[in-house]
Design a protein around this ligand. Structure first.
Ligand code: FAD
Ligand code: UDP
Length: 371
């Protein structure tokens, strides 16, 4: 078999690049994925009870990028969806990101009013303040509040999720869910927030449906790399695995999902409920909120974080912290030596905590640079 490009991975990164190369450069592409389906971690399918679920964890699409939105809109219609999350704090369910509504739900009205006034005066209404920044405040009341939120919302959740304390990770990690001085209970404030109307897998099918694209599933690229003739390659798997872990394994964090079908139309009041303090799991997501599916029953996914063992578990998250960036940089230097023939991109190959839209933006940028 002879193609122009071999692409390893049929997730967002691989699918966008395959689509661009096939349709814009008019080159022949073979996409290989070791899994038995396309879509990477965004893959969705109907479970045995007929409920549309996300096998690798709940995926909610949101972006501020008009370019990414317009690009994906060629392959899907959308269902508007604003994700809402409640966290169980001292037995109450309060909005996360922690906001003014959370404040009033947890504190007596006079105290909440004083804290609100101080937050608004210090940072301004509508501002987002990462917890690690709020902790630096000089004000006694705000320091109390910062300590409260750190302790009840971030500390144990982060220990469970990463096996690390918040300050042992890059500040951007907890900065994804900043304290929000607002009454807006949505998890994201992006301009575009929606779910693909027929699901992610249907969108990927349309992206990859092109005469210049062939897809080979159930195949590790190493099984075919000697047999397929290709000029250039794009690799979207873990970068350390590509180089046989020559500098040692890059740390990733894994998860175990437990899917539970319940014979109720609605299992919980919002898409996701976080359990920062109780239980070994971090959160429970009910898919029907995300997908809008009508069904008499409902399936939820319970997320149990776990250590990643190469070859045994799925490397879901790169772990953003300085020592890991240094190790990643060693691999990146190896990758640069191959830069005319092998291109590395994606959450695992760039070792970056990309959301879907960032993976798409990264792939579109790379596609634009290819000739
Ligand atoms: P992937 O989707 O991981 O695709 C890589 C593909 O490469 C995989 O299919 C893999 O099987 C294949 N592969 C690897 N090695 C080989 C090999 N040797 N041979 C053949 N194939 C190989 N983003 C959001 O925007 N919103 C969300 O709500 C959201 N929720 C998430 C929840 C979880 C639990 C996780 C883990 C991620 C979430 N994300 C979310 C992030 C999103 O999953 C990623 O941004 C996106 O999937 C990255 O796409 P990718 O193509 O780079 O990687
Ligand atoms: N986080 C937390 N408590 C929460 C929600 C988030 O401590 O209730 C922290 C935790 O460290 C988590 C990070 O913020 O890993 C980012 O959260 P996000 O929901 O963006 O994580 P993802 O959906 O990518 O797993």
């Amino acid at each position: 078999m002879k193609v122009d490009w071999l692409i390893v991975g049929a997730g967002f990164t691989g699918a966008v690049l395959a689509e661009r190369i096939a349709s814009q450069l008019e080159k022949k592409v073979l996409v290989v994925d070791q899994r038995d389906h396309i879509g990477g971690n965004a893959y969705d399918h109907y479970d045995e009870n007929g409920v549309l679920i996300h096998r690798y964890g709940p995926h909610i699409f949101h972006t501020n990028s008009r370019k990414v939105w317009d690009y994906l809109s060629q392959f899907t219609e959308w269902r508007p969806y604003y994700h809402r999350v409640l966290a169980v704090v001292e037995g109450r369910r309060v909005p996360v990101p922690f906001n003014l509504n959370s404040l009033y739900a947890l504190f007596p009205p006079r105290q909440a009013e004083r804290l609100e006034e101080k937050l608004v005066c210090t940072y301004g209404f509508g501002t987002k303040v990462p917890i690690l920044k709020l902790q630096q405040t000089e004000d006694k009341d705000l320091r109390f509040l910062a300590g409260y939120i750190y302790h009840h919302v971030f500390y144990s959740y982060t220990l469970k999720q990463w096996g690390l304390k918040p300050e042992e990770l890059d500040p951007s990690v907890t900065g994804r869910v900043p304290v929000y001085i607002s009454r807006d209970d949505r998890y994201f404030q992006d301009t575009y927030q929606a779910m693909p109307k027929q699901g992610y897998t249907a969108m990927f099918q349309r992206m990859l449906r092109h005469k210049n694209i062939k897809v080979l599933l159930n195949t590790d690229y190493r099984e075919v790399v000697e047999e397929v003739k290709f000029d250039r390659m794009i690799y979207t798997g873990p970068i350390d695995a590509f180089f046989d872990h020559m500098y040692g394994p890059l740390p990733y964090r894994s998860l175990r999902f437990v899917f539970e079908y319940q014979e109720v139309a609605q299992a919980q009041e919002v898409g996701t409920v976080n359990y920062p303090n109780e239980h070994a799991f971090t959160r429970i997501t009910e898919f029907k909120h995300l997908t809008g599916q009508k069904h008499p029953g409902s399936t939820v996914a319970v997320e149990y974080p776990q250590a990643h063992e190469p070859g045994q578990t799925i490397p879901y998250y790169p772990i953003p912290r300085e020592e890991n960036s240094s190790l990643y940089n060693l691999y990146r230097k190896e990758a640069e030596r191959l830069k005319q023939t092998v291109f590395f991109a994606g959450r695992l190959a760039d070792y970056r905590y990309y959301n879907m839209d960032q993976a798409v933006a990264r792939a579109l940028k790379l596609a634009g640079d290819l000739v």
